[in-house]
Write a protein that binds this ligand. Structure first.
Ligand code: C2E
Ligand code: CA
Ligand code: CA
Ligand code: CA
Length: 280
């Protein structure tokens, strides 16, 4: 039977087979990763452009694979989604984010916010994970305002009831919502008036090519004006140079995030970074 199987699939090129096998292995490894503490949350500061102060950070997951070292979320999040493991991983991300948000609210800034990513699959799922979120917030006596959930535009386009309901639930709990990677996916903007969103995150692909008079400058300015008219704050992703920062600030952008300020770093390192930032 094994031989027949081999023949049947012989039209796969070896390269594809290798890639598929490697994905299977990685998915398998992913199953044990939570239990053996291989995940780690990194944090990257989100900087208020006018004052240069830090009141928010984005939580970004890392996987310390015992053999392969750090595996990028770009590689393993899709596997976590297709295998369903994303639900458990997402709950871990939520709890960790809330725990750190509590600490930084108590020690650094009572208004500090941690922003966490949710893939469409997590966001659309009914029921239990949201209940466990609320429970965790209650246990910590942490208000929902300490957290922001980052979702992508696609989710709002084919807006199902599940999505609208989840957005309302977050709102009820005081948790804010950011639209991630804004400007990359779709051109329909009508969902911006339909849904209650708090932040727009201008995608890195716009920030990268910012220059006076450039089309990306024009687009960024238009996005910022529109967002403000709709009552949203704007965060620019991928700010790497002082020039980009200056152009964004001049265009009225509220916040910046990127290597210019700091790369994502382990929680204890970010903790030290924050304490240092408030003491200077
Ligand atoms: P994202 O949400 O768009 O996150 C921003 C990405 O840009 C991060 O990559 C960050 O390290 C990177 N970045 C930040 N500043 C700069 C910069 O100045 N220049 C450049 N070139 N890159 C910068 P990262 O950490 O590899 O995450 C990749 C993606 O994985 C994220 O994109 C997000 O979609 C997903 N992701 C990360 N953590 C989680 C998570 O906990 N849950 C879910 N569902 N997805 C996650
Ligand atoms: Ca994000
Ligand atoms: Ca993003
Ligand atoms: Ca992105």
């Amino acid at each position: 039977a094994k031989g027949a199987g081999r023949n049947r699939y012989s039209y796969f090129t070896p390269a594809l087979q290798v890639a598929a096998l490697s994905r299977m292995r990685l998915t398998n490894d992913l199953r044990g990763a939570l239990k053996s503490n291989q995940f780690e949350l990194y944090f990257q500061p989100i900087v208020h452009l006018d004052s240069g102060t830090i009141h928010k950070a984005e939580a970004l997951i890392r996987w310390n694979h015992p053999q392969r070292g750090l595996v990028s979320p770009l590689e393993f999040i899709p596997l976590a989604e297709s295998s369903g493991l994303i639900i458990e991983i997402g709950e871990w991300v939520f709890r960790e984010s809330a725990n750190w948000a509590l600490r930084w609210r108590q020690q650094v800034d009572p208004a500090f916010q941690v922003s966490l990513n949710q893939s469409p699959l997590e966001f659309q799922r009914e029921g239990s994970s949201y209940q466990s979120w609320l429970q965790h917030l209650q246990t910590l006596a942490l208000p929902g305002q300490a957290l922001v959930v980052e979702i992508t535009e696609g989710l709002l386009l084919d807006a199902s009831h599940a999505v609208s309901r989840r957005l309302l639930q977050l709102r009820d709990a005081g948790i804010q919502v950011a639209l991630d990677d804004f400007g990359t996916g779709y051109s329909s903007l009508s969902y911006l008036k339909k849904f209650d969103i708090d932040y727009l995150k201008i995608d890195r692909s716009f920030t990268r090519n910012l220059a006076p008079e450039s089309s990306d400058m024009a687009l960024s300015e238009a996005i910022i004006v529109m967002a403000h008219k709709l009552g949203l704050k704007v965060i620019a992703e991928g700010v790497e140079t002082p020039e980009q920062r200056a152009l964004l600030a001049a265009a009225g952008c509220d916040y910046g995030q990127g290597y210019l300020f700091a790369k994502p770093m382990p929680a204890d390192q970010f903790d030290a970074f924050l304490h240092k930032a408030i003491s200077t």
